[in-house]
Write a protein that binds this ligand. Structure first.
Ligand SMILES: [Zn+2]
Length: 306
C-alpha cells in the first residue's frame, strides 16, 4: 500500500505560483487541496533566485499563510530555498535570473533563514561559489539539508562540500548545459559520489530521457535516489500561460514548460501521479522501489521521520 507522495521541490501547483509577491491565502489553500487530492502527503514549497528582499518577503508570506490554515500546515512541511548562491554560467543557471545570482554569504543566508522562520528544510546552492564552504557548514550545523544544484563543482569541490555537510544533489541531469565534456561533467561527478549524496531527479521524461534516468538510478541505487516534480503553477492544471515570480512561462500541449520564445526548460508541469506512472511503465520499477523514490527517501533525506 502506498503512503502517498512526498515532493521536495514544488514551485507552484494547480495554477498557483508560490513565488508570487501577493500570494493569497485562498489560492495557497486550493493548491494544497489539489495536492492532497492528487495523493501528495507533503511538499517543500520552493522559492527560487530573485531580488533578495523579494525572496525574503515571499518566504515570510508562505510562513504567515501557513500559520493561518490547517490544510496548508499539513501539506507544506517546510521550505526549499533554491538560489541565489548558484553558478551564474549559462546552462548552469538554468532559468534563474543572472543578475540576481551571487556568491554565497553567511550573513545573507541567515537573513533568508530568518525570513523562513525555522521552516527551511533544504537549501540548494553551488558548492563552488561558497568560499571556504562556510554557508554549507553553517546550514548543516543548523540541521538543514544542503543540496548541490545549478553547479559545476569539481570532484574535489564536491568532496570538500560533503566533508562540510553537503548530503544531496538537486535535479541531477538538469541545471547544467545541454552539451558538456563527455566524461568530465557534473552528472558523472555526482554519480561518482552517489554513495555520499541523495540524488534527486525529475521523472517527467522531458528533463531526462527515461533510458538515462534508468541508468542513473541503477548506478546510484534506488536507496540513494529521490524523485521530485520541480513543478510550477502549470502542474495539476491545463496548458497555458503561468508565472514563476516575475517570469512568464508557457506550458505547451506537450507539457513542456518554457519561457515564451525560449527553448530551455523552466520547471516542470508534471505531478507525482504521472511520475509514478512513468516509474512503473517506463522504468519498470516495482511498488516498493517507487515508494522509496517518492516517499521514504525524500523524508529520510530531510530527517523527517514521523
Ligand atoms: Zn533548479
Amino acid at each position: 500500500m502506498l503512503n502517498g507522495f512526498f515532493d521536495l521541490q514544488v514551485n507552484g501547483y494547480a495554477g498557483v505560483d508560490f513565488n508570487q509577491n501577493d500570494l493569497k491565502l485562498d489560492d495557497l489553500h486550493s493548491a494544497c487541496s489539489k495536492l492532497k487530492e492528487d495523493n501528495v502527503a507533503g511538499i517543500l514549497a520552493t522559492i527560487i533566485t530573485d531580488d533578495l528582499d523579494r525572496m525574503k518577503a515571499r518566504l515570510q508570506r508562505l510562513v504567515q499563510l501557513r500559520d493561518q490554515d490547517e490544510l496548508i500546515q499539513e501539506i507544506i512541511y517546510g521550505l526549499h530555498i533554491e538560489g541565489p548562491f548558484i553558478n551564474p554560467k549559462v546552462g548552469f543557471r538554468g532559468a534563474h535570473s543572472e543578475d540576481k545570482i551571487m556568491p554565497a554569504q553567511v550573513e545573507i543566508m541567515k537573513q533568508l533563514l530568518d525570513a523562513a522562520q525555522g521552516l527551511t528544510r533544504i537549501v540548494t546552492l553551488a558548492p563552488e561559489v561558497d568560499d571556504g564552504y562556510k554557508v554549507i557548514s553553517m546550514l548543516a550545523k543548523t540541521g538543514i539539508t544542503v543540496s548541490a544544484g545549478h553547479s559545476d563543482a569539481s570532484i574535489d569541490e564536491l568532496q570538500a562540500a560533503i566533508n562540510e555537510g553537503l548530503t544531496m544533489f538537486t535535479h541531477l541531469g538538469n541545471g547544467c548545459p545541454m552539451i558538456m565534456p563527455r566524461h568530465d561533467n557534473i552528472i558523472q561527478r555526482a554519480l561518482y559520489l552517489a554513495d555520499k549524496l541523495w540524488l534527486c531527479f525529475i521523472a517527467d521524461g522531458i528533463h531526462i530521457v527515461f533510458p538515462a534516468l534508468h541508468n542513473y538510478m541503477r548506478l546510484a541505487g534506488y536507496d540513494k535516489c529521490i524523485v521530485v516534480t520541480d513543478a510550477m503553477a502549470g502542474a495539476g492544471a491545463v496548458p497555458g500561460k503561468y508565472k514563476i515570480g516575475d517570469q512568464e512561462l508557457v506550458v505547451g500541449q506537450d507539457r513542456i514548460v518554457r519561457k515564451p520564445g525560449g527553448t530551455s526548460l523552466a520547471g516542470s508541469a508534471i505531478d507525482m501521479r504521472q511520475c509514478r506512472h512513468n516509474l512503473k511503465h517506463q522504468l519498470d520499477l516495482n511498488e516498493q522501489q517507487i515508494n522509496q523514490l517518492t516517499f521514504t527517501n525524500p523524508k529520510k533525506a530531510i530527517n523527517f521521520l514521523a
